[in-house]
Design a protein around this ligand. Structure first.
Ligand SMILES: *Cc1c(COP(=O)(O)O)cnc(C)c1O
Length: 337
């Protein structure tokens, strides 16, 4: 089975499992798990930020970040396709009692001017705008990435208007590798950053929330309230440490595989258009009478699993369990469709 449904489907490699089995562990709710502490310190250092917090999922790190930065009744400004709005179960309202101002970005990326327009005036009738959340890479944008200068402009707008800036960096490492950017540059620009260890980096479980010491102290309290305080989580943290130390640069391979798949799909008459491939995500729309569902079915007959995003859109995600041979087989299959 060749599984392109998501980069979350990866399974721990033998050396990662070794690292997990040999992890030093303790009770992390007491702050006594050496592996969790090492992971949190390593990540914070990498981004030049003061502290970080290990959580079970990227949904939790995003939702804790939003909760820390807002009060009930506040408004969060984000792109309409954002994961925090589309795929976190209405968590912004459920957890934080906040509303959203949805912007129509360019493949998931928003511009500073749009954000400036989206900030509510200081008027009792209006919700208080308190937080901007960006997503890099953008999932629904087909893995699109920001230029740093665009984020710098957004930071300025936030500073001028006393807004906090959060990054949903579930796939930030894909952006760093594709754009040759440094984690420190991001640490400098954001009040909080969420990164996923369980996507392209290949850990089985886990995400990190990064910020300053005071923010992470508050986040730790909210993690407990959300039920995310784990005990001997060091087994999972060891996988995360292994991932940060070994699986970042190889993301380039995933990007090459995605570009090869894009090229093969471009030749097909049933493909309407493809979002420009910048990282490890390929999203394309399908011309009638062919449907996304029919294509998913057809590929499944060849043991190739892809994700039906909408009735007319299909997504493929490359990751570290997709080999060159698998990509070759997929390209041959696409050619023969
Ligand atoms: C996967 C993902 C998350 C977090 O997902 P979890 O499954 O909760 O870890 C957050 N944002 C984006 C853009 C994602 O793709």
């Amino acid at each position: 089975m060749i599984d392109y449904r998501s980069d979350t489907v990866t399974k721990p490699s033998a050396p990662m499992l070794d690292a997990m089995m040999n992890a030093k562990i303790g009770d992390d709710v007491y702050g006594e798990d050496p592996s969790v502490n090492e992971l949190e310190q390593t990540a914070a250092q990498m981004f030049g930020m003061e502290a970080s917090l290990f959580c079970p999922s990227g949904t939790m790190t995003n939702q804790i970040g939003i909760k820390c930065h807002t009060q009930p009744g506040d408004e969060v400004i984000c792109d309409v396709t954002s994961h925090i709005y589309q795929y976190e179960g209405g968590g912004i309202a459920f957890n934080s009692g906040a509303s959203v101002k949805l912007l129509q970005g360019n493949r998931g990326r928003v511009a500073a001017a749009q954000i400036a327009d989206g900030i509510n005036p200081d008027d009792v009738h209006k919700a208080h705008s308190s937080l901007v959340s960006l997503e890099n890479t953008s999932n629904r944008g087909g893995g699109s990435c920001y230029e740093l200068k665009d984020i710098e402009e957004i930071r300025q707008v936030c500073d001028q208007n006393h807004l906090k800036l959060h990054l949903d960096g579930a796939r930030l490492f894909n952006a760093l590798v594709a754009k040759n950017q440094s984690p420190e540059a991001y640490g400098n620009l954001f009040d909080s950053i969420s990164i996923c260890l369980s996507k392209g980096l290949g850990s089985p479980v886990g995400s990190l929330l990064l910020g300053n010491t005071e923010f992470i102290k508050k986040a730790r309290r909210i993690r407990k309230v959300f039920g995310g305080g784990m005990r001997q989580a060091g087994f999972l943290a060891a996988a995360g440490l292994y991932a940060l130390r070994n699986n970042i640069q190889r993301l380039q391979k995933d990007h090459e595989h995605a570009a090869q798949l894009e090229a093969a799909l471009k030749e097909k008459s049933f493909v309407q258009d493809i979002l420009p491939v910048e990282t490890n995500i390929v999203i394309f729309s399908i011309k009638p009478p062919f449907t996304a569902q029919a294509l998913v079915q057809k590929l499944k007959e060849h043991d190739i699993w892809v994700h039906e995003m909408t009735p007319t859109q299909v997504r493929l995600v490359t990751h570290l369990d997709i080999t060159e041979a698998m990509v070759e087989k997929t390209i041959t299959t696409i050619k023969n469709l």
